[in-house]
Design a protein around this ligand. Structure first.
Ligand SMILES: *Cc1c(COP(=O)(O)O)cnc(C)c1O
Length: 239
């Protein structure tokens, strides 16, 4: 007997988790945000097999987040193509060529060099690529992202690139961050938006993961990136 994608009792916990996340996001949104604000829920797929990802898509997930180019390439043919895909992991300049045609956004842009390579390949492929600029809001040495001080000059550089469209900012507040860190990131987002830099849009703040997504929604996030709370604990440690 051929199983359909939804006929998987062993994956039922993913449906329950998704309902809970939806409920919590909607509560935080209704409590703290204006009526027209939308918050997207992204399923972060690292280490998760494609059949589980497709089960999540069948529950209503329409956006996937990918961290690693190799892992994504090994899984993408098996994904239900109805979901959009964003690259959210640190991206090496020499790997852009592998994903330029298959992702809908690159959220982890943190240098002029990387943006330039995305632009070069976008031109060659006759497309525009939407990006977010990643801000290292926790000033963590191990994390990627541009410092808040370097953000404006970088945005100005990127605004010159014809085939790259900046749509907003992405941030990963360090685990256990106080609320002030989320509030500060939102402030930075609003400050940049106010500057109205030509050629870029500031419409999306991507912030919030399993442990802090409600706090992120409270502080202006328009996209929460959820792995563990949706799919369960990952099988290997992050590096
Ligand atoms: C892994 C990851 C997430 C999801 O983390 P969880 O805590 O499992 O929800 C979100 N964003 C990025 C950039 C990640 O690498």
């Amino acid at each position: 007997m051929c199983q359909t994608v939804t006929d998987r009792p062993e994956f039922q916990y993913i449906a329950e988790n998704y309902k809970e996340i939806l409920y919590n996001v909607e509560n935080a949104r209704a409590k703290y945000r204006s009526a027209e604000d939308k918050v997207q829920i992204m399923a972060v797929t690292k280490t998760v097999p494609p059949e589980k990802v497709n089960f999540a898509i069948a529950q209503g997930i329409d956006l996937l987040g990918e961290n690693r180019v190799q892992e994504y390439l090994s899984k993408k043919e098996q994904y239900d193509p109805s979901a959009a895909v964003h690259m959210i992991g640190h991206l090496q300049t020499n790997k852009v060529k592998y994903i330029i045609d298959s992702v809908d956004m690159i959220q982890s842009v943190d240098s002029a060099k990387l943006a330039g390579e995305i632009n070069r390949l976008a031109v060659a492929h006759n497309k525009r690529m939407d990006i977010l600029v990643e801000v290292n809001i926790g000033a963590e040495e191990s994390k990627s992202g541009v410092s808040p001080q370097e953000l404006l000059p970088l945005l100005e550089d990127i605004s010159m690139l014809e085939n790259v469209s900046v749509r907003g900012l992405m941030a990963i507040p360090p685990i256990g961050s106080g609320e002030d860190v989320f509030a500060r990131m939102h402030e930075i987002f609003l400050e940049v938006k106010e500057k109205n830099i030509g050629g870029i849009q500031m419409e999306l703040l991507s912030m919030g993961m399993s442990g802090d997504y409600e706090l992120a929604v409270k502080h202006g996030s328009g996209l929460v990136r959820i792995g563990t709370k949706l799919f369960g604990a990952r099988k290997y440690l992050e590096v």
